[in-house]
Design a binder for this molecule. Structure first.
Ligand code: ATP
Ligand code: MG
Length: 404
């Protein structure tokens, strides 16, 4: 900023970093806005890379920290409720701040630490309130992504929505149909990791949740229970998403379709289905053999998170939860097997020794032998495993393999 100032170009911190500084939160990334046109910025810094030239953005390395430097701009008229048709550079900071979404995101800080706050961002930060810059109805109508950004920010910061912004938001939910799912999904992931209870009512009343999940009849009561589950579980986007589907009784196919519609990445898809599956379990009622099988499925190191998840879904009280965690500690202590690799003899060797023909038969045997060890029917020793393999091969030959 000093270097730009030497040549008479104004430059200030803007956006999320100013907001987070004002709120005493950790700053994620630093954005700078300047009156200098992008060519001028590019000229002055060796490390400058034109990362978004049509929008006036140049990335400059300050030490090892990439800083986005964007020329002050006004936005041209919006096309299709999406991105502006074109941007117009300006030399006036206030015009740049006026195009921003919410007052708390429309503050700037200069190099002498003066706050430039023409829209009352500081006041709204103190009141813990999300309010649109300018006329909420017009601002949310011109870019519908702001509807979900408002909810995400409210959840993330534990803020309330300003009244006019809230009613404008309710009206603009149908316009989200014009926004790419990927962009909404990015906001969704952050929303569910925040204070879901804070926005639970708005998620239902605005119609957003029904539209986004496809769960048309979703009620305030289910969402209140979901918020309670979120409060009791770690901030995992796939976990909390799966919890919502579980609570309303949505089946696996439903979950899969919703997540594909969101254009979520494969990792997220798999994780949601995994959590959905785990959420079926009622650990409190489970006998020891079931604990072993479930812990094997969950995997070492995630067991406590998974048990807390199931407990939250079923609304265990403090007593039941304590008993359950005691049982978890005991089950972990005596767990016979965490992965197939821990079998005393590698499964392929057992198959070869028993003369099972390679192919699907091997896979069936792997499942059978791990189940037998987990349920305590066969000890995890070479002798017991070889004996089991011989018995199994005999059963297959006699056509009794579907037996015990
Ligand atoms: P974080 O980086 O913590 O998510 P942020 O506020 O920096 O928060 P970005 O998405 O990086 O969020 O956006 C940077 C700034 O750009 C915002 O603070 C806001 O001023 C502005 N902005 C972002 N998206 C929009 C939008 N859809 N409409 C208007 N202004 C926006
Ligand atoms: Mg940012």
């Amino acid at each position: 900023m000093d270097r730009l100032a030497e040549d008479g170009w104004e430059a200030v911190f803007v956006g999320g970093c100013v907001r987070d500084l004002v709120l005493g939160r950790a700053v994620r990334d630093v954005d700078v806005a300047t009156a200098a046109p992008p060519e001028e910025v590019l000229k002055r810094f060796q490390s400058a890379v034109p990362t978004g030239l049509p929008f006036g953005t140049v990335t400059v390395l300050v030490g090892a920290v990439p800083v986005e430097v964007t020329t002050y701009r006004r936005e041209g008229p919006y096309r299709d409720l999406r991105r502006p048709g074109h941007v117009v550079f300006t030399s006036r900071l206030e015009e740049d701040l006026a195009r921003r979404d919410f007052t708390i995101n429309a503050m700037a800080l200069d190099a002498s630490w003066n706050l430039i706050d023409p829209f009352g961002g500081l006041r709204d930060a103190a009141a813990r309130r999300i309010a649109a810059v300018g006329d909420p109805r017009a601002r949310l109508a011109e870019d519908a992504l702001r509807t979900i950004r408002a909810l995400r920010l409210a959840a993330e910061l534990s803020f309330d929505l300003d009244g006019d912004t809230r009613s404008a938001l309710y009206d603009s939910v149908p316009k989200l149909n014009h926004i790419a799912s990927e962009r909404i999904f990015q906001e969704w992931k952050r929303l569910v990791c925040g204070d879901v209870g804070r926005v639970a009512g708005d998620l239902v009343d605005s119609g957003f949740l029904a539209w986004w999940t496809g769960l048309a009849g979703i009620s305030r009561e289910s969402v209140r229970r979901w918020a309670e589950v979120c409060r009791r579980t770690a901030p995992s986007a796939p976990g909390r998403t799966a919890a919502l589907f579980r609570l309303v009784g949505a089946g696996r196919e439903w979950v899969r379709k919703a997540v594909v519609r969101w254009r979520a990445d494969r990792g997220f898809q798999r994780a949601v289905e995994w959590w959905w599956e785990i959420g079926q379990w009622d650990p409190s009622a489970a006998p020891p053999a079931e604990w072993a099988t479930q812990l094997f499925r969950i995997g070492k190191g995630r067991a406590k998170e998974a048990v807390l998840f199931c407990a939250a879904l079923r609304g265990y009280g403090p007593e039941e939860l304590r008993r359950c965690l005691d049982r978890l500690a005991e089950a972990e202590r005596v767990q016979p097997l965490w992965t197939e690799k821990e079998l005393a003899v590698p499964p392929p060797e057992l198959c070869l020794a028993a003369g099972l023909s390679p192919g699907p038969e091997w896979g069936r045997f792997y499942r059978r032998v791990t189940a037998a060890v987990l349920e305590g029917r066969v000890a995890n020793t070479p002798e017991a495993l070889y004996e089991f393999a011989r018995w199994y091969a005999g059963a297959v030959r006699d056509g009794r393999e579907e037996g015990t």
